[in-house]
Ligand binder design. Structure first.
Ligand code: COA
Ligand code: MG
Length: 308
């Protein structure tokens, strides 16, 4: 059974959308320090440019440029919905590119995941290919728990939720305000659903990419709400997201202290101990071990030549 404490630890602090037909953005990608990239075939591509974007992506993945990206940078392709005129062709193209994951937009119900899983199984897609789902419609939020539960079925590929805040605002009429007062309860529902079934979950984008202070505030909120990272639209947003969703030195030192305390011979058989005047339980040890593992993986990303 996958629970929040047994799911694999992967830094997903910063995941950058990149319109698949934007040649300059594709050229820039190898030098960027995002933990993941979503090559977009959906909303950032106009209907008249869909074929060109698919072709651009095919070339990027077949001519060695994708393989040359840093190993720790997750490669995800966002397809159009299977119910759209482009979805089936996108799915075939995406599968052929062999990314780490395919991102399904506007998932309303578990059937939205099943349909893509079935289509992938028909093409003998590799078992390692993951699915990510965008929760961005009123029904998607209402059904988030049922959708997340798909991660529990045999051979499930579902691995991560992304909240699509722009679509949610559009569909609901909720005002876009600093601090997201009216949106937050739905975001928390999505976080809870993801955690119930061991999925990672990423916060929506911050549109005003020249407003660093605003982005930092929203990243800080998102981190406190339990998100693993933030989806981004511009390279300037990567460093603030890596910082906000990263691990501070004091946090790491505290985690090491907890691990060391439980490793002492006198504490090996104990469920609860006292450390610096605070109660520490074995659940804190689990959290500390995950944090230490995540810090190692972040350090490995930095070792790949990344600077933030
Ligand atoms: N990924 C990689 N590189 C990007 C990028 C991205 N998402 N957005 C911008 N860049 C690059 C630009 O190509 C430019 O590169 P250059 O210096 O080689 O010319 C550099 O960063 C500076 O870009 P800038 O001029 O500040 O922005 P822009 O006007 O070119 O682009 C946007 C602004 C919003 C149109 C662009 O950032 C974008 O398309 N973002 C993604 C949108 C998206 O995918 N939306 C769907 C999900 S919400
Ligand atoms: Mg959307």
């Amino acid at each position: 059974m996958t629970t929040s404490s047994s799911r694999p630890v992967r830094p997903r602090r910063s995941v950058l959308y990149l319109p698949a037909n934007n040649a300059r953005a594709l050229d820039k990608l190898p030098g960027l320090s995002c933990d993941g990239v979503v090559f977009d075939l959906e909303d950032s591509i106009a209907p008249v440019a869909k074929d060109e974007a698919r072709e651009s992506l095919r070339r990027f993945f077949s001519d060695g440029r994708a393989a040359a990206l840093p190993a720790g940078m997750e490669k995800v392709i966002r397809i159009n919905s299977l119910s759209s005129p482009w979805g089936s062709e996108d799915l075939l193209a995406a599968r052929g590119c062999r990314p780490d994951a395919i991102l399904i937009p506007k998932v309303d119900a578990p059937e939205g995941i099943l349909a893509v899983e079935d289509a992938l199984d028909q093409t003998d897609a590799p078992a390692a290919l993951r699915l990510w789902a965008m929760i961005e419609t009123p029904r998607g939020v209402m059904n988030a728990g049922q959708i997340a539960r798909m991660a529990r079925t045999d051979g499930a590929r579902l691995d991560c939720f992304i909240t699509g805040t722009n679509d949610l605002l559009k569909e609901t009429g909720v005002a876009s305000l600093p601090g997201r007062p009216w949106l937050s309860s739905w975001l928390m529902q999505i976080v809870l659903a993801a955690r119930a079934y061991g999925l990672d979950v990423l916060d929506g984008v911050y549109n005003d990419f020249r407003d660093e202070a605003g982005l930092v505030r929203e990243c800080t909120d998102g981190q406190a709400m339990g998100f693993d990272g933030k989806t981004l639209i511009h390279p300037a947003q990567i460093a603030p997201a890596n910082q906000a969703f990263g691990i501070a030195e004091e946090q790491l030192a505290q985690a090491r202290a907890v691990a060391e305390a439980f490793a002492l011979p006198e504490n090996r058989g104990r469920g609860v101990i006292s450390l610096d005047g605070k109660m520490v339980e074995r659940l804190h040890l689990e959290m500390a071990e995950r944090l230490i593992e995540k810090a190692k993986r972040i350090a490995a990303r930095q070792g790949e030549g990344q600077t933030t």
